[in-house]
Design a protein around this ligand. Structure first.
Ligand code: ZN
Length: 415
């Protein structure tokens, strides 16, 4: 497509997106009004919200819509729904996927909210609600892209696939993981996951660190605090172990890679379990956790063997027993290369539609894109966000819904 033609189309896209915006805002408000919290966080799941979204899609005239229900007896209706909608492209042998998630985290401390998190409020060009930004804004942008293309009678260059998944906030088992297993995404397909971004839309995530969550259990000997020499204080040894691991891991795996934010591997002591109830008992057990995000150039096996070495040393010096349990492990797939088509074309679409020169980055990990990359699909994570995810008084800017939709509409035409 010539540069002149793209500019011409952009004018139309801009005009029509302003016209359609109110409709889409109304739709997303209806969606946000229905809670969709994961059963593992005490919610009832996404079914009601998915049903609403389905009827909105059909109301917008999108016909190729399919629902994939994954059984989960803890959820309402016993299922976790996933929705896939396709707009046929000029070349239907390939698909550009846009991915958003329907589930949200719980509202958190209600006292910190100025409005009801499940009664969306529009104020100063923003929609306030739990899930407004994470990931309602993405759902709204995707609805708007579809409407823009249909309204202008524009066919995307390849198939445009809209994917709305469940269970993103709690591990993807009932969501994207299942769709990947069903081979819905095929080799040569490309994807934009709309679940991370900067306030001006200038960050594009192409890489993620390895993730490792570890539980350490230090076993000493419980005793009366007046006679500490009769016991082995697991808390003291645990505290020493925690600081030693902190130091050794940072020293041993110290390399920088400026692609990533932050540019180093991170090893953070996080959760701490309670030990004894009373002050005058020497604790016999100490339990703490580490959240580690490690640059892909290192192997998680090397990290684990360093940890085991340190623990072994502690066992022989202090006479304790130490158990290390992998609570969660994700060996990150190779990054999407900067030369990938989706990266180049999204950079181009951003430049054309908004004059933005985006930079490529890597983050600490855990987005849907990693699952797609592991399947050999080029995936980037991008959108325009104020960083309100999981916070009280979460909001999304209505203008971001529109701007992202315009960029994605252009992307679908030039990819
Ligand atoms: Zn999210």
């Amino acid at each position: 497509m010539s540069g002149y033609l793209v500019k011409e189309i952009l004018e139309h896209v801009r005009m029509i997106s302003w016209e359609l915006l109110d409709d889409v805002v109304e739709a997303i408000i209806e969606i946000l009004r229905i809670p969709a919290i994961s059963p593992s966080a005490g919610g009832r799941g996404e079914l009601k919200r998915a049903e609403r979204l389905q009827s909105i899609l059909s109301g917008f005239g999108i016909e190729r819509v399919r629902r994939v229900d994954v059984p989960d007896e803890r959820a309402e209706g016993g299922i976790r729904p996933n929705i896939i909608a396709i707009l046929e492209g000029e070349d239907p042998s390939k698909t550009l996927w846009l991915v958003a998630h329907m589930d949200t985290v719980p509202e958190g401390d209600m006292r910190l909210w100025e409005t009801d998190p499940f009664e969306p409020v529009i104020r100063d060009g923003r929609i306030y609600a739990r899930g407004a930004e994470d990931n309602g804004q993405a759902i709204a942008s995707m609805l708007l892209v579809a409407r823009i293309l249909m309204e202008l009678g524009l066919r995307p260059r390849v198939n445009l696939g809209l994917v709305f998944v469940s269970d993103e906030e709690a591990g993807n088992k009932y969501g994207l993981e299942q769709l990947v297993r069903m081979e819905i995404f095929r080799k040569g397909d490309e994807a934009v996951v709309l679940d991370y971004g900067s306030p001006d839309g200038s960050e594009m995530e192409i890489a993620e660190k390895h993730m490792l969550w570890l539980k350490f259990t230090v076993r000493g000997v419980q005793a009366h605090a007046a006679f500490p020499h009769h016991g082995i204080n697991a808390h003291r040894i645990g505290a020493r172990l925690l600081l030693t691991l902190d130091e050794v891991l940072h020293e041993r795996f110290h390399e920088h890679d400026e692609l990533y934010i932050p540019p180093t591997s991170t090893f953070e002591p996080t959760k701490k379990e309670q030990n004894v109830e009373n002050v005058n008992t020497i604790p016999g057990i100490d339990v703490f956790y580490f959240d580690c995000r490690i640059l892909p150039k290192y192997s998680l096996d090397d990290v684990l063997s360093t940890i085991r070495e340190v623990c072994g040393r502690f066992e022989s010096i202090y006479g304790v027993r130490i158990e290390v349990k992998e609570v969660f492990r994700w060996d990150s797939p190779p990054p999407t290369p900067p030369s990938a088509n989706i990266v180049k074309k999204l950079l181009e679409a951003l430049k054309i539609s908004r004059g933005v020169d985006a930079k490529l980055i890597g983050i600490g990990g855990g987005t849907c894109a990693a699952l797609l990359r592991a399947q050999g699909i080029s995936a980037v994570v991008w959108s325009t966000l104020d960083g309100m995810a999981h916070k009280p008084n979460e909001y999304c800017k209505i203008e971001n819904i529109r701007k992202d939709a315009e960029t994605l509409a252009i992307l679908s035409l030039i990819i």
